[in-house]
Design a protein around this ligand. Structure first.
Ligand SMILES: [Zn+2]
Length: 93
């Protein structure tokens, strides 16, 4: 027996969710799937907002390291190692 409309994302029936929002054609999304999608999008936006700031910090650190290298305070190998570590931190989430 057909139970009526179903969420196209999680497969729950209309009777099992608070709201089903219709999409184009024959697809629907329920309120809890909307919540999940919203937190995913918020997360992505949050990271995107933070990224330019982190890239700026990275560049400032590398500029500082390069100055130390120019003054022979650190070796090229130390510079490369520290720069590599900074890069790893930049992309670590
Ligand atoms: Zn759902």
């Amino acid at each position: 027996m057909k139970k009526g409309l179903q969420c196209s994302f999680c497969g729950r029936w209309h009777s099992e969710v608070a709201t089903l929002i219709p999409g184009p054609g024959d697809i629907f999304i329920c309120d809890s799937c909307v919540d999940v999608c919203k937190s995913v999008v918020d997360n992505m936006l949050g990271k995107d907002r933070a990224l330019p700031e982190r890239i700026k910090e990275f560049r400032d650190c590398v500029t500082g390291l390069r100055a130390l290298l120019d003054m022979k305070e650190i070796t090229q190998a130390e510079f490369d190692a520290k720069r590599k570590k900074l890069l790893e931190q930049l992309w670590k989430t």
